[in-house]
Structure formats: C-alpha cells, structure tokens
Ligand binder design. Structure first.
Ligand code: HDE
Length: 752
C-alpha cells in the first residue's frame, strides 16, 4: 500500500533533524546540524494546574453557576498544536520550496506563530508598571461589624485575594529598589462581588484633586526629550513641580524618608489614603481610613543598599516575595481601620478628612484590627495574573462607599478608563484573574474579547420577554445605596476649601516624629536628590519648602548643596510628634530573613553546618558563601560564591574564621591561620562584603579567630553589632538577637 504522504514527510523531517537520513538539498551540505541535546521523545501529561488557578469557585463572568464547564485552560494534552488544537509535527522550519528555497506564504503555522508573537506585549500601566503579585486569603475578625456590614469582615469569613505590589514611576523592566512610593493593591473575591483596596505604602498623596494627576506624573517620569532618568525622582522636572506645588510637600517628605526604599514588600505598611464611608446593617454610617500593618514590621533599605541592589539584583523585591512564599514564610498583614463620626463637616480633631495630603495620627484615632491577610501562593503565570489584574477603586461591596474627596473622584474615573486601552476593551472583568466569585447578571453585552455566551433576548430593563429577569436586589444587600449626605447649596466653582491650603504643619509633624537616625536619612535623601538637579532656582525653591518644615532640616540640606538656608515664609506649626510614624524602637519576627555564612578554603564546615541548620529551624534562610560553587563537604553546598555574593542580599553575615578566606583568584589559598599574612590576604570580595554589611548597619558574627579578617575589612574590634564568638552557634545566637531591631542603629552617627 502507498505510504501516507504527510506521515512520510514527517518521518523524513524527523530523520533529517536527528541527522539520520538524507534529505533533499545541496549535495554535500547537511540540511541541519544534528541536535547535541536530545529532547525527550515520549509524550507526557503536562503538569496539573495549581488549585488556585482554577475558574472562580461559584459562577463566572457569564453568570453561570457552579457546575458550569471550567474555564478553558491553556496547555492541555501532550502534543504541540496550533491555537485551534490541530496537532503539529514541526515548529522549527518554515514551509519552503525546497530546503534552500523561498518561504511560502501559505505556511499558516508560521504566520500564526509570528503574528501571535508580534502582539504578545500590551501597553504597560501608565503608572505602577513594575510590580509583583501573589494569591492569598483574608480572614475577618468580626470586629468591624458594628460599623460595616460587608460580609468579608464577618468573624472567620475567609475571602480569597490577589495582591499586587508595585513601584510608581519606573517602567516594567526598571529596578525594584528605586526611591519611590509603593503600590499595595488587593482584590478581594468576596461572596458579594469584588472589592479592590487600591492602596499605597505612604498614607498621603502629592495632590488634593484628581485633575492634577497628569501633572505630577509627567513631572516624575523621565524627561520627555531623552527619556532619562528611569524610575527616579532625582531630576529637575520632579523637583520643579513639587517645589512650586507645595501641597506635595508632605508626600515628598515621606518619599525622602526611609519609607521610600522598603526592605521588602513583606515589610511595608499599606494605606487606603482617602477617607471612605462605611455602613452597618442598621444603615448607620461612619467615616474610615484603611491601614495594612505587616506582621514583620516596617523596615527599609539604606540608600546605598538600594542603589547597589538596583544594579546587583534589580528584581530584589520580586524575588524576595516569591522566595518567601515558595519557602512557606507566608507574609501577612493585619487590616485595620481608623473610624471617625460621619458629621457634616467631615473633619476630625480639626483635620479635614477629605484632604488626601493629611493623615490622622494614630495617637488621635487608633487603628483597630478587623482582619488578617496572608499571601500563600505565587502566580503560575506572571502575564496572566500580575500583568492582567485590573484594580478599580469603584469595585465596592455593600457596606463600603466613597466620600467626596476630589482625589478619589478622579480615581473613580481613571481606573476603568485606563484598562480600556491597557487590556483592549470593556470586558477586562472577564479575564480569569479579574473574575468575581459572585454570580454575574449584568446586562452588559458584546465588545472586544467577549467571553460570555449570554442567553436570553432582553438585556434591558424593564422587560417581559426574559420574564422580567434580572431582578433588583433589596437595598439591604446592594452596593451603591446612597447615604443621603447633604450637599451644601453652592455655585459651581473650580476651587478648593480653605483647609486645603495648609501644606506644612503635617510635614513638620512627620519630621518631629522621626528619630535622629531617620532624620539623618531624610537629610541625605534631599541632599542627594537636589544634588542631581541642575537648575539653581529649583534647588532654592525646595530649600524654601524645607525651611517651612524645619530650619534644622533646611540648614543641613543647604549646607550639603553649598547654598544659603532661607528663612521660613510661614510660622512653624505648633504640632505634637506622632511616635507611631517612626520605624525604630521595637523588635520584630525574623521569618524569611537571609543570613550569609561566609567560609573559606578549609574553614570550619561543621560549624557552618550547625548554624545553617539552626537558621533553617528558626524560619530564616541560610546562604553559604564559598570561594567556588559545588559540594563543600560535611553535607554542605555553596549557594553563593565570592563572585556572586553581595552584602545587600543578606540581613546579617556570619563568618567562619581562619584558615584563610582567600581564593585561588587572589593567590591567598595557602595563607593558613597563624601564618604571616593570614587575614591580610583575605579575598577582597569578602572584605567588600564585610565592610558593606558593616556600613549598612547589619549584624556581623564570626567565630574561630575572625578578628584579623574583620580588621582587614576596616571593622574595629568591639564595634557595635559585631560579635566575635567562641562557637558558630554562639555567634548565631547573638546575631539573631541583634536582627530583631532590623539594624544596628548605633552604627549610624546622626548630626541632628
Ligand atoms: Fe492610582 N492609578 N491614581 N493611586 N494606583 C493606577 O490604574 C490614578 C492614587 C494605585 O497594581 C492606574 O490600573 C489617578 C492614589 C495603585 O495594578 C491609573 C490618581 C493611590 C496602582 C491610576 C491616582 C493610588 C494604581 C494605572 C489621582 C493610593 C497600581 C494602571 C486621582 C491610594 C494598581 C491602573 C495595580 C494604578 C490613576 C492616585 C494607588 C492610571 C488618576 C492616591 C496601587 O488608573
């Protein structure tokens, strides 16, 4: 019988690939190189999807209920197919007229593959382009029920969530550790629909009115002519704007504080910024501000660490979040609310609750815990989940409503609008990561990327043809039930209330609430950023805003810039410090912290193993740093080498003392303990690691006669936070005690 021609062609192609058979071509010239690494040939089932990647538990965007066919998954079956499921025998060669002939237009597979690839990118977010996300669960404490009827706050109610953290200014590929505000957006898939709490790690904003958003972002983004600098505020246009637009002073000061350079997404607070209106089951309303409090405490990088990390590991925060979750060190935050009576003035203790450049100090209105968020699963596919997730401040559930904050009004418009161009049409809520877990029956129809097969003929109300369906819910179970807030009779104006013109009293309060070390960091930050500006007028104007915050701050920054310090133009506000604003002075759990353990040729491997095991038992991550990779003996493997390790990765460093911490590369291998030159010939990369760790205030512990090595790194014996112990575990014990405070703060010598 005649051979099936397609099969014959396939066999021939496979033979040619394996280099086993002749194929048509130029005589003597092989058609393809034989593969050097063979692919497995046996088909196997693809890995099962993670449970959290499934379709919504109940209902889908189509309004179908449980029991409906699951969402179509990508990657089913073992064989390569086209996008329409037709199996393929080759995806490596275009269809040609002979092996050296022209490519034929009729190659549908080539065209499908290239066309799809050409359209793989979507526009990045206009702000918050760079981010990282994770799945998790929110559990209500039941403590909010007296002020808010939202089902998710009920006692022990579990709600699945997806959280995305982000920087604001940089592009998708920019570094994580830029000095910037961080986004902290959470999508709650509640039984009553989706609630998005689109928060930041800074509780105030640059502007009081949404209409100014394009201005502040245009000023912060790279200069339009050269498109530099990337992901930074240290340039003229940013400081030009914020020095002219003094309502930005408070947010800018937070950015210049350590809050602008978090240690980890896991160690940031989150703030809903605006005041929201809550409603309880009895219909009573309360004004509230939302706060996320990290269980691990609020911690930051030092500026030098942030800069080094930007080059050494631009994915530092993304990696930290992913690794922590993968290793089971699930980060968690308590959600809390500050509550205020819903009075017609909408002020609290004289603070305008509709002004998003103001906080209400926690000492005046304590943050009351209402639930716990735990992030416990990484995304399976970054694009599908983290990139396509679409947050919107108008995604609200019954019990949570907006106020008249004009900044919030701008956001209510912007978040849907931006998805139309970013996600290509109005059906972005049907993308799996955005789907509600509640049944949908919305009468919205058609549009680009419509996934629903809507039934019925009457997507309008009132109707009789679909039996009057869908019906209205009662006011008690609906969102957007307007509270009859009185709007004072007024004329249409483009104006702000008088209270919005106080731009300096809360910045002064923030400054006065900082410890001396934190103030020193703020001075350095302003001096650095303004030092990067070219325009004299911009520097001078910014010094004027600093003078209106505090003369000491202004004087120190002016000295750093070599400029005179101006006098304040407003009376310095008489404000009480708010100690809750400081990050220092407490101790915190160490879950998922990284400890570098440096060992040299012939070092104390038994000691290294003992501390590695103890670090793991304590829920932290040990990373052994050796001169070269591979097995070290004593059951140890090097996770980092002198070439790949950098101090910024570690929260603390342990050093197994002599014999030598040298390496072949630096000819130090033979330097043994006690011999002349031991220590002095320590590999310079180890010295750099130690001196940086010291400079950045990290705990350092050694054993086995580590003193010469420390001295070679410029670290004086007995310096604060430097432990020279008798044993490996002794060193670890003292180092972990020090780590609870995050850094050895005594190493920083503040001037103010
Ligand atoms: Fe946003 N913001 N924003 N913002 N915002 C966006 O929406 C906007 C503001 C925040 O991980 C955009 O989907 C306006 C305050 C976060 O996907 C856009 C104004 C706060 C994220 C937008 C603000 C935020 C965004 C861009 C002033 C803290 C990232 C992409 C009126 C409470 C969400 C997108 C994510 C993203 C507009 C001010 C937080 C353009 C107009 C205040 C965390 O719609």
């Amino acid at each position: 019988t005649e051979k099936n021609p397609v099969k014959a062609m396939a066999e021939k192609a496979v033979d040619a690939l394996r280099g086993e058979g002749p194929a048509d071509g130029v005589p003597g010239v092989p058609n393809s190189e034989p593969p050097t690494v063979a692919e497995p040939t046996e088909p196997r089932e693809p890995l099962p999807p993670k449970p959290d990647q499934g379709a919504p538990a109940t209902g889908t965007a189509t309004g179908r209920q449980t029991g409906a066919p699951p969402t179509v998954r990508a990657q089913d079956g073992a064989y390569l197919t086209t996008s329409t499921g037709t199996r393929l025998y080759d995806t490596d060669h275009s269809l040609k007229a002979g092996p050296r002939g022209p490519v034929l237009l009729q190659d549908h597979h080539l065209r499908e593959k290239i066309t799809h690839f050409d359209h793989e990118r979507i526009p990045e977010r206009v702000v918050h382009a760079r981010g990282a996300g994770a799945h998790g669960v929110f559990v209500g404490y039941g403590t909010a029920s007296n002020v808010c009827k939202a089902a998710l706050f009920g006692k022990d109610v579990e709600t699945p969530v997806f959280t995305r953290f982000s920087t604001v200014l940089g592009s998708r590929g920019s570094m994580d550790t830029a000095r910037d505000t961080r986004g902290f957006a959470t999508k709650f898939y509640t039984t009553e629909g989706v609630w998005d709490l689109v928060a930041n790690n800074i509780p105030v904003f640059f502007i009081q009115d949404g209409i100014k958003f394009p201005d502040v972002i245009h000023a912060g983004k790279p200069h339009p002519d050269r498109e530099i600098p990337q992901a930074q505020s240290a340039h003229d246009t940013f400081w030009d704007f914020v020095s002219l637009h003094t309502e930005a002073t408070h947010h800018t000061l937070w950015n210049m504080s350590d809050r602008g350079i978090p240690r980890s997404y896991r160690m940031m607070e989150g703030f809903g910024v605006h005041t929201w209106r809550l409603q309880n089951a009895a219909g009573e309303t309360t004004l509230a501000k939302f706060h996320w409090k990290p269980k691990l405490g609020v911690h930051s990088l030092t500026w030098e660490e942030a800069q080094i990390t930007g080059g050494v590991d631009p994915d530092f925060h993304r990696r930290d979040l992913y690794d922590a979750i993968e290793s089971g060190a699930y980060p968690s935050w308590e959600l809390g609310i500050q509550v205020f009576p819903d009075t017609p003035e909408q002020t609290f203790e004289g603070i305008d609750l509709l002004d998003s450049t103001k906080i209400v100090p926690e000492e005046l209105a304590p943050v009351q815990p209402i639930g716990l968020l735990t992030l416990n699963a990484n995304p399976t596919n970054f694009f599908a989940e983290t990139e396509q997730v679409a947050f919107h401040v108008g995604h609200l559930v019954p019990g949570i409503d907006v106020t008249d904050d004009p900044l919030l009004a701008g956001r209510l418009f912007s978040y849907v609008d931006t998805q139309l161009s970013r996600l290509g049409g109005p059906n972005f809520n049907q993308i799996p990561i955005n789907r509600t877990h509640a049944p949908v029956n919305d009468m919205l129809r058609d549009g680009f990327h419509q996934h629903a097969d809507h039934t019925g003929v009457a997507p309008y109300k009132p109707n009789s043809l679909d039996g009057g369906c869908p019906f209205f819910a009662g006011a008690d179970t609906s969102a957007f039930v307007e509270t009859p807030v009185e709007v004072p009779a007024a004329s249409k104006v483009r104006e702000a209330p008088l209270s919005y013109s106080d731009h300096f009293s809360q910045p002064r309060q923030f400054w006065l609430s900082m410890t001396p070390v934190e103030r020193e960091h703020i001075i350095h930050a302003y001096t650095f950023e303004l030092g990067k500006c070219y325009e004299q007028a911009v520097k001078e104007r910014t010094l004027q805003t600093l003078a209106n915050i505090d003369p000491e701050l202004c004087g120190q920054v002016a000295a750093g810039l070599g400029l005179p310090a101006p006098e304040p133009t407003v009376p310095l506000a008489d404000v009480q410090p708010s100690p809750a604003l400081s990050q220092l002075g407490r101790t915190w759990p160490l879950d998922g912290r990284l400890i570098g353990i440096v060992v040299g040729e012939g070092g104390d491997l038994e000691g290294v193993r003992a501390v590695r095991d103890a670090v793991l038992t304590a829920g932290m991550v040990p990373l052994v740093v050796a001169p070269a990779g591979g097995e070290l003996g004593a059951g140890l493997t090097a996770q980092r080498t002198y070439a790949t390790a950098r101090s910024v990765e570690f929260d603390a460093v342990l050093v197994a003392g002599t014999p030598g911490l040298g390496s072949d590369a630096y000819g130090a291998r033979d330097a043994k303990a006690g011999e002349p030159g031991a220590g002095a010939v320590t590999d310079p990369r180890v010295l750099l690691l130690l001196s940086e760790a010291f400079r950045h205030g990290k705990a350092i512990g050694g054993w086995g006669g580590v003193e010469p090595v420390l001295q070679a790194a410029g670290i004086a014996p007995g310096a604060p936070g430097v432990v020279d112990a008798d044993s490996a575990t002794g060193a670890l014990r003292e180092v972990t005690d020090l780590m609870g405070a995050h850094r050895v703060w005594e190493r920083f010598a503040p001037r103010v």
